[in-house]
Design a protein around this ligand. Structure first.
Ligand code: NAP
Ligand code: MG
Length: 484
């Protein structure tokens, strides 16, 4: 393993305070506007992956609880929400957004504690974007006839929503906001390692006075999610998570009339052409894969550099890696926080081992990782082939594979040689090259001279094994409506 010297001074610690947050020791389920104990009587722990300390105990919802939540959602749909006028719906959604904004600092700290992501990201990206999704979709609620001109727009009914652990509150907002705006009711299950912000959102939804049963939050494991998918009275499934579970869901709902959107994994390509502004590109590559410890579905995890500038870019990249600060996610100086769970760290380390066994060359910066908690240094792999396991499979961690190319056609061919099709990045000085590449890359989202930028007005989703359907923007409304 080749290591390089750290090039930053130690900063004085600048930890965000957790003194102002309000966390209960034990959380139960939020069903029909009430906090209810799980029928199993079982609870599981959610930990802070940065230090392995327990944050709270969380109720485990079994089939019976899921059934209760779906019945509550159906009743709320039939008796209240489908009869609520669009402008009234908008008011509730605005109210949720405003309350979230008021408590943004608390949400950011809880997200960081529960997920291990750095406070800078939770504070500046996750929480503001989640609020913005509610604001944005509140705006659509009474304008659906403009979104779908000359069509009669009806809600789908009860939406079952299942979210992953990498952007816990943001994924909940992506799903709940458009569902409410279009008149549907919701049963949402957050990931088992990061349930806290969805439960805090339930508090806000309660404070906003949303009628009971319109949004229900059930916590639990994978089987809680499966119980939602299998339930007869769910009209739509919105799932974000792994391709493995996405395939199970697709099999389960085959032959039923359930609508579905599946936002799945990725192995996205970032392509640097020789005329690119290299320093800017290096910064974008770092943001593309090391942002949120690489726990990003659209992470730019495969880098392709045009041969003539490859050596220069790799040197710059290594230099930049040596200035990244890895450690306590609650510290405002930290660039890379904790990996979300032991299971995820084991999985990343397994891939690093495979990379080395398959003959790739690894580079990691010199860094001292905190003793408790789960951490992985940012990792580069060169000398990889298209067929290498670490080039083909999603690692979902801070691991970047680097390959070179001579012609643009070769870059396109290599970038498209993957079972996934979620995102891609292009770095070049020429607009014409951007258009050429963007039309030939099989990816749902393509960024040019930037990476990992999100906006509520912009649809997001993939091709191939990255799933189908779009969330966000006007397109995100389609998943929740029947058009007549
Ligand atoms: P995951 O294991 O597929 O889990 C996602 C959610 O599904 C969790 O709430 C999980 O519960 C639940 N679940 C597990 N098994 C289930 C089943 N059989 N039926 C129904 N639900 C089930 O994914 P993850 O590890 O949390 O998240 C990482 C993956 O999500 C990566 O592959 C990433 O690329 C993808 N992702 C995609 C997008 C996108 O927009 N395309 C965005 C973010 C993440 P438990 O937590 O209890 O297991
Ligand atoms: Mg946790």
């Amino acid at each position: 393993m080749k290591k390089n010297k750290k090039i930053t001074w130690d900063y004085s610690p600048a930890p965000e305070s957790a003194a102002h947050i309000n966390l209960k020791k034990k959380y139960v389920l939020y069903i029909d506007g009430k906090w209810v104990k799980p029928s199993s009587g079982k609870y599981f722990k959610t930990i802070n992956p940065a230090n392995n300390e327990t944050l709270a105990e969380i109720a485990y919802a079994n089939e019976k609880d899921v059934d209760k939540a779906i019945k509550a959602a159906r009743k709320a749909y039939d008796t209240v929400w489908s009869k609520t006028t669009p402008s009234e719906r908008a008011k509730y959604i605005y109210r949720i957004a405003r309350l979230m904004q008021e408590r943004a600092r608390e949400f950011a700290v809880i997200e960081t504690l529960d997920a291990g992501k750095v406070i800078r990201e939770s504070r500046d990206i996750d929480i503001p974007l989640a609020c913005n999704h509610f604001f944005y979709y509140a705006g659509w609620a009474d304008k659906l006839e403009y979104a779908f001109p000359n069509r009669k727009v009806e809600p789908v009914g009860v939406a079952g929503q299942i979210t992953p652990w990498n952007f816990p509150l943001l994924m909940a907002a992506w799903k709940i906001a458009p569902a409410l705006a279009t008149g549907n009711t919701v049963v949402l299950k957050p990931a088992e390692t990061t349930p806290l912000t969805a439960l805090k959102l339930a508090e806000i939804i309660h404070d906003a006075g949303l009628p009971p049963g319109v949004v229900n939050i059930v916590t639990g494991y994978g089987d809680t999610g499966a119980a939602i998918v299998e339930h007869d009275d769910v009209d739509k499934i919105a799932f974000t998570g792994s391709t493995r579970v996405g395939k199970i869901i697709q099999k389960t709902i085959a032959g039923t009339d359930k609508k579905a959107t599946l936002e799945l994994g990725g192995k996205s390509a970032n392509i640097i052409l020789e005329d690119a502004p290299l320093d800017q590109a290096v910064e974008g590559i770092v943001n593309g894969i090391f942002f949120n410890q690489g726990h990003v579905c659209c992470a730019g995890s495969r880098l392709f550099i045009q041969e003539s500038v490859a050596e220069k870019v790799i040197d710059k990249l290594k230099h930049r890696l040596n200035s990244l600060i890895i450690g306590d996610p609650m510290d405002k100086n930290t660039d890379i926080g904790a990996v979300n769970s032991k299971m995820q760290l084991d999985s990343i380390n397994k891939y690093i081992k495979i990379g080395l066994e398959e003959g790739a060359t690894m580079y990691q910066p010199e860094c001292t990782l905190p003793k408790n908690g789960y951490y992985c240094p940012p990792t580069l792999f060169t000398d990889v082939a298209q067929s290498s396991t670490i080039v083909q499979e999603e690692i979902f961690g801070p691991v970047l594979t680097i390959q070179t190319f001579r012609t643009v056609d070769e870059a396109i061919q290599k970038a498209n040689n993957t079972p996934y099709g979620l995102a891609a990045g292009i770095w070049t000085d020429k607009g014409s090259r951007i258009f050429n590449l963007a039309t030939k890359l099989n990816a749902g989202v393509i960024w040019a001279n930037t990476y990992n930028k999100f906006d509520p007005t912009s649809p997001f989703g993939g091709f191939k094994e990255s799933g189908f359907g779009r969330e966000g923007g006007l397109h995100g409304l389609s998943a929740y409506v029947k058009l007549k």
